[in-house]
Design a protein around this ligand. Structure first.
Ligand code: S3P
Length: 445
């Protein structure tokens, strides 16, 4: 049976009114994935509120269902995972299809390396082009039996029943997905598993393991776990700062804007985008709120303020990695030149984000010079234009924001994947005054 191809979706945004009011962005994608996975292998129930009901987290949910995990879901963003325990997952009958979701693929590779059954991980075209060797090699050194293609991509095939050994890993790249995969494999290994990262990355896995009763220790730059049973907990997922970043930049560059983003996660390993925007001159106020379980949360108020170009410090790259597309839009509307370097990982995201942004900036009349590991953006005036978002959610939303501040409309094509991380993005933007049209199969929406 062949299914119809999904409809093409384009966004058209126009310069117009200031963005005003308050907005709650959907739940954090990284935390939602982790709450599902840890909940599935914990003892007892895990109640999740503020869950991201997006395509990527549905990929994780679907894979867990294939492995026999029961989930009650009274509402799209509220669910209870019935924990199966560390060894309670069941062999999936089919390959696990993970769509566009790198986090699902990488974290499952670690988690499933320790199971007694065989499994296979597959994904969409974009995920099937992303690097997996970085994961397969260290897991193999731990004793796992798994393979990717000769070019280092999906499918990953995992043979169950391997005996994993804890060991020390020096990560070749700063990647929270890789770090998390190895820590999850460590729950099934004999002895202690430690990772050393070349630069700081998001620490949601460490925080959540600890919260679920599996202590994570930190010594001499090593992050270590030993096998421990996990216990189901309540997880209130904060708003995703990576989604909020689109609104922060929109409010900064659209004159007259004054926007409050409510209950956003401001974990210091995620919030560098605020520091970067502030160094560019943005007017951002962060009002701390009570923690959501183990994650810091705040309301973020952003008022329009002219931006200036800067050299983005390389030590902030790994803790703002998903925000670079929208930071390049901030740079496009800033006065002067913005330089990004040390960011080669951007080339292996859902699209090659350096190439996609350079092409898109050119299409809206902004000069940029891409390099192997970054880009230089020359701030200017954009007349608008038509941009291919390459099916990458963050490229699509970035250029939608550009259209709110350009001199003319911006059309971003191939925007369907926005639902992977920010379902309801057009409605959210409209609710605070943004002029956005959604064109699906030639019809306005
Ligand atoms: C994520 C880590 C990042 C990020 C991705 C989500 C995570 O990837 O780009 O969107 O949830 O761990 P890397 O760790 O590969 O840089």
């Amino acid at each position: 049976m062949t299914s119809a191809p999904p409809p093409a979706i384009d966004f058209l945004t126009r310069p117009g009114q200031p963005l005003r009011g308050s907005l709650r962005v959907p739940g954090d994608k990284s935390i939602s994935h982790r709450a599902l996975m840890l909940g599935a292998i914990a003892e007892g129930d895990t109640h999740i509120s503020g869950f991201l009901a997006g395509e990527d987290t549905h990929s994780t949910l679907g894979a867990l269902a294939q492995m026999g995990v029961h989930v009650d879901r009274p509402e799209a963003t509220e669910l209870t995972v019935k924990g199966a325990g560390l060894y309670g997952l069941r062999a999936p009958a089919v390959p696990l299809y993970l769509g566009n979701s790198g986090t699902s693929a990488r974290l499952f590779a670690g988690l499933l390396s320790g199971q007694r059954f065989d499994s296979e991980l597959i994904g969409d075209e974009s995920l099937s082009r992303r690097p997996m060797r970085r994961l397969v090699d260290p897991l193999t050194r731990m004793g796992a039996t798994l393979s990717c293609t000769p070019s280092g991509m999906l499918p990953i095939r995992i043979r169950g029943g391997a005996r994993l050994r804890g060991m020390e890993h020096e990560l070749p790249v700063a990647s929270a997905q890789l770090k998390s995969a190895l820590l999850l494999a460590g729950l099934y290994a004999e002895g202690t598993t430690c990772v050393r990262e070349p630069a700081l990355t998001r620490d949601h896995t460490e925080r959540m393991l600890d919260y679920f009763g599996c202590p994570v220790s930190f010594r001499d730059g090593l992050i270590c776990v030993s096998p421990q049973p996990l216990f189901g907990r309540s997880v209130q997922v904060p708003g995703d700062i990576s989604s909020a970043a689109f609104c922060m930049v929109a409010a900064s560059i659209v004159p007259g804007s004054d926007l409050v983003l409510e209950e956003v996660g401001v974990n210091p390993t995620r919030s560098a985008v605020i520091d970067i925007l502030r160094s560019m001159g943005a007017d951002i106020e962060v009002r701390g709120k009570p923690l959501h379980a183990v994650e810091p949360v705040a309301d973020i108020r952003v008022r329009h303020h002219p931006l200036r170009g800067i050299a983005i410090p390389e030590n902030l790259v790994s803790i703002a990695i998903d925000e670079f597309p929208i930071l390049m839009i901030a740079a496009a509307f800033a006065d002067g030149v913005t330089r990004v370097s040390g960011a080669a990982e951007l080339r292996v995201k859902e699209s090659d984000r350096i190439a996609a942004m350079a092409d898109g900036l050119q299409a809206i009349g902004i000069r940029s010079e891409p390099s192997a590991d970054g880009i230089t953006v020359y701030g200017g005036v954009s007349p608008g234009g038509v941009v291919n978002s390459h099916g990458d959610h963050r490229i699509a939303m970035s250029f939608a924001v550009a259209g709110l501040a350009a001199a003319g409309p911006v059309k971003a094509t191939d925007c369907l994947n926005v639902d992977t991380s920010f379902p309801g993005f057009p409605a959210a933007l409209r609710s605070v005054g943004g002029e956005i049209e959604v064109h699906a199969e030639g019809r306005d929406g």
